[in-house]
Write a protein that binds this ligand. Structure first.
Ligand code: GRF
Length: 208
């Protein structure tokens, strides 16, 4: 087994979670390399960060493929060129096909801006406000075929304030995303995560 684990991060836009993971990996000297950042959009802001930081990056544009299956096959081929130990979805706004998800079973993570199982899908902050929630948050989970439903690795809660708008709430949640996502990826890299009967077990959590 390689001493350095390979991380491939998929983005579609801003890439602030990707940046938080890159910074943590460097600052905490993870035994891991950000092998590549791959976007399905050529205009994703996060790509310039990759370029500036000398990280390999690639674009596999979904618009270039006639079907979801063909896009996923091309994306998988591109990802696998970098021999990933873990694939990290960081604001990657595509629904993935079952064969793609199966190929990365147990080694693909996602972050979702809600306290799953509440509010899967889009517009989670609006959903939380409309539901009158007083607590909201974010979830890191393993990716399974059902959207936003895989085994949960980590969650962070934030209060919902009476004055909140979608924007202020999203910002408060995002700050927590930047805390829990790097931590969860680090646990994976350190071999601390296992899935038992559909639940995530974290070994030695207290020591990190
Ligand atoms: C985050 O809120 C993430 O939870 C969601 O999409 C957003 C991506 O933000 N899946 P960024 O691209 O990481 O800045």
């Amino acid at each position: 087994m390689r001493a350095m684990r390979n991380i491939v991060i998929l983005i579609s836009g801003r890439g602030s979670n990707m940046q938080a993971i890159v910074h943590a990996a460097q600052a905490e000297r993870w035994p891991a390399k950000i092998a590549a950042i791959i976007s399905n959009r050529s205009d994703a802001e996060g790509l310039s960060f990759a370029q500036e930081h000398g990280i390999a990056y690639a674009v596999v544009a979904n618009g270039d493929y006639p079907s979801r299956a063909e896009f996923d096959a091309a994306l998988q081929a591109e990802i696998d060129r970098f021999e990933p130990d873990v694939v990290v979805l960081a604001g990657f706004m595509r629904i993935l096909t079952a064969p793609f998800v199966a190929h990365y079973a147990g080694r693909m993570l996602n972050i979702h801006p809600s306290l799953l199982p509440k509010f899967p899908g889009l517009a989670t902050h609006r959903q939380a406000l409309q539901a009158g929630e007083t607590v909201h948050g974010a979830t890191v989970h393993f990716v399974t075929a059902e959207l936003d439903h895989g085994p949960i690795v980590a969650q962070a809660q934030v209060p919902v304030l009476p004055t909140d708008t979608e924007t202020t709430l999203a910002q408060r949640v995002l700050e927590q995303e930047h805390v829990i996502y790097p931590r969860a990826v680090r646990w994976f890299i350190e071999g601390k995560l296992s899935i038992e009967a559909g639940q995530v077990r974290i070994a030695d959590k207290a020591t990190t």
